[in-house]
Design a protein around this ligand. Structure first.
Ligand code: DX5
Ligand code: ZN
Length: 228
């Protein structure tokens, strides 16, 4: 996985057909997705349940590019090896998920994956200040995690602050929640490079009719690039 700051669109399969993940992943990649974002929820850290490492492993052969696994689970550490073994390229844990995020990030890199740290809307940029040299990605949540299709919460000042804190370090800024062609320019201008989008990518399309996925991905990318 090479590093650059170009805009990357990462469709969240939370908005895909859950009975058809393999074909959905192949369809979004064929339609121009850069990464595939995989939302793992435990019904404890967030009020919703999705799936675990076995599903990630089953999806993996259907993804050619980056599998970006967003863990909305607590505790995290006991499951890291399982998600790494499932083939995750990036494993992101929440700073709010436990008292030892530093140890968690060490464990993710130790398992051979890129280490991501996610911040809920109420969590300040400074919470990752001492983690920057052990982090490959910072995920700024622009909704409270748990569900797709929620309203975008503006986190511009947090994104700008993080971009400044990061400096020249090879750390992605990922935005997750409510990203669409209207909100993409706001986060891109603030310094984000990975844009997660669930409903705004999958709306209007299906495995049988994947062309709308491509139109949606291109619209989000063009909107983000228009302000750079
Ligand atoms: C929210 C998830 C997001 C979500 C994004 O808890 O982490 O990845 O699926 O969905 P949209 O783009 O519909 O807000
Ligand atoms: Zn997510």
């Amino acid at each position: 996985m090479s590093f650059d700051r170009s805009i990357k669109i990462a469709p969240s399969i939370l908005a895909a057909d859950f009975a058809n993940f393999g074909a959905e992943c192949a369809a979004i990649e064929a339609e121009g997705a850069d990464w595939v974002h995989v939302d793992v929820m435990d019904g404890h850290f967030v009020p919703n349940i999705t799936f675990g490492p076995a599903t990630c492993a089953a999806i993996r052969p259907h993804i050619k590019g980056v599998m970006d696994v967003h863990l909305m689970i607590s505790p995290v550490d006991s499951y890291i090896d399982a998600f790494a073994d499932a083939g995750a390229d990036v494993i992101t844990a929440h700073v709010e998920a436990g008292p030892h995020i530093h140890r968690t990030l060490q464990a993710i890199r130790g398992a051979g994956a890129k280490a991501g740290v996610a911040l809920n809307p109420g969590t300040p940029a400074e919470s990752v200040e001492h983690l920057l040299d052990m982090t490959d990605l910072i995920c700024v949540m622009t909704v409270n995690p748990g569900f797709g299709g929620q309203k975008f919460i503006d986190m511009t000042t947090k994104i700008e602050k993080l971009r400044q804190m990061i400096g020249d370090r090879p750390i992605h800024i990922e935005i997750d929640g409510g990203v669409d062609p209207k909100t993409a320019p706001i986060v891109a201008a603030a310094g984000a490079d990975v844009l997660v989008a669930g409903s705004a990518v999958f709306r209007g399309g299906s495995v049988q009719n994947p062309a709308p996925y491509g139109e949606n991905i291109r619209a989000i990318r063009a909107a983000a690039q228009s302000v750079l």
